[in-house]
Write a protein that binds this ligand. Structure first.
Ligand code: ACO
Length: 320
């Protein structure tokens, strides 16, 4: 596992100088205290490369042993080439396949399922999966309902083929509901609304979210898919050592814990320091939890996410 978070911090106090908000509102409604902000010259691929290099070193392999790169991001360097291709070049690799996944905040669990199946199909040995998000590049700094929520980060894992049964990824569940896509979206810049003077003036290149509606569906879908995944794997909630949830809001995590009947203490939480970094929250939080000794070899770790699309998913891992 490897993580990169930019040095620059944006605190709740800093945000009160940008929009009509308060430290108290942000803390009580979200749990957030500060978030990290990438430098203007830092692209998603730059953050991805730093996280990837750390993950490759942590895996104890050489970068030449990577045989597939997948990147999840909603803030790609460009619409094309893919950020995975840009990353491949930045890592000094050639020939190996590289592609992006678009599943917003669920990108990491989507990518895990894709990598898992590609490894199990037998064609690959070491897959580099990277979430990298420069959300501050798509935030509307005049919209207090969204600008207080997001930050920048990258997280990477190397997933390797393993012949032992009952370790590693034990199961995944993914889901989506495209009919709700309009509740959380980046309206302009695609073929529906190409960039124009009007789209720029009207902040249509910035993220829009109907927070309340998103909140309810996030709680329901994350709880449902975790419950279904545990049943599918024949694991009881008590057996789970820790849960790594998407870090969108402390109140969402609290509600998911209650719905699942898993104590909140088992949920790893670091949104107070980083805000919502979309698909990068899970690898960032999981690496931190591991470094803090929250799980070790043999433990069951449950990952769950929800994001734009709508998309959602869960992954159950027995740590090796
Ligand atoms: N500071 C002060 N007041 C604010 C702020 C702010 N930053 N933002 C909104 N308010 C006000 C609103 O204007 C509203 O005022 P009103 O009652 O006078 O109209 C009031 O606070 C309540 O607003 P709500 O939107 O109802 O607040 P809520 O309690 O729902 O919290 C939040 C908002 C934090 C966004 C919450 O709804 C949430 O976390 N939603 C889910 C986010 C999420 O999970 N996103 C998915 C992943 S993101 C992705 O995929 C990219």
């Amino acid at each position: 596992m490897g993580v990169y978070t930019p040095e620059r911090r944006l605190t709740n106090a800093d945000l009160t100088r940008l929009v009509d908000t308060s430290d108290e509102w942000i803390r009580t409604r979200t749990g957030m205290i500060e978030r990290r902000i990438a430098e203007p010259h830092e692209a998603a691929s730059d953050m991805a490369a730093k996280a990837a290099e750390r993950a490759i070193a942590d895996a104890g392999i050489t970068k030449e042993e990577i045989d597939l790169i997948i990147v999840a991001t909603i803030t790609p360097d460009h619409a094309f080439p893919s950020t995975a291709c840009v990353l491949q070049a930045k890592l000094g690799l050639t020939d190996i396949p590289a592609f992006d996944i678009s599943a917003a905040c669920s990108g990491f669990v989507y990518m895990m399922q894709v990598a898992n199946h590609m490894l199990r199909a037998g064609d690959y040995r070491n897959v580099l999966i990277v979430s990298s998000e420069k959300l501050t590049s798509i935030v509307d700094w005049e919209d207090r309902s969204t600008c207080v929520l997001f930050g920048d980060a990258a997280g990477a894992f190397v997933l390797s083929k393993c012949s032992e049964p009952y370790v590693g990824i034990l199961g995944n569940i993914l889901g989506a509901d495209g009919s709700c896509g309009y509740l959380l979206k980046l309206p302009a810049g695609g073929s529906v609304m190409p960039a124009s003077y009007e789209t720029v003036v009207n902040s249509q290149h910035c993220l829009k979210m109907a927070g309340k509606e998103v909140f309810k569906v996030a709680v329901r879908t994350m709880s449902d898919c975790c419950r279904r995944l545990l049943e599918k794997c024949n694991i009881s909630p008590d057996e789970v050592k820790c849960v790594i949830p998407h870090q969108a809001n402390l109140r969402i995590i609290d509600a998911v814990a209650r719905h699942l009947g898993i104590p909140l203490e088992k949920f790893c939480i670091n949104l107070q320091n980083y805000g919502n970094t979309s698909s990068a929250t899970i690898p960032n939080c999981m690496k931190e939890a591991y470094d803090q000794g929250r799980f070790k070899a043999g433990d069951l770790v449950l990952l769950t996410a929800f994001g734009g699309g709508f998309t959602w998913g869960a992954t159950l891992i027995r740590w090796k």
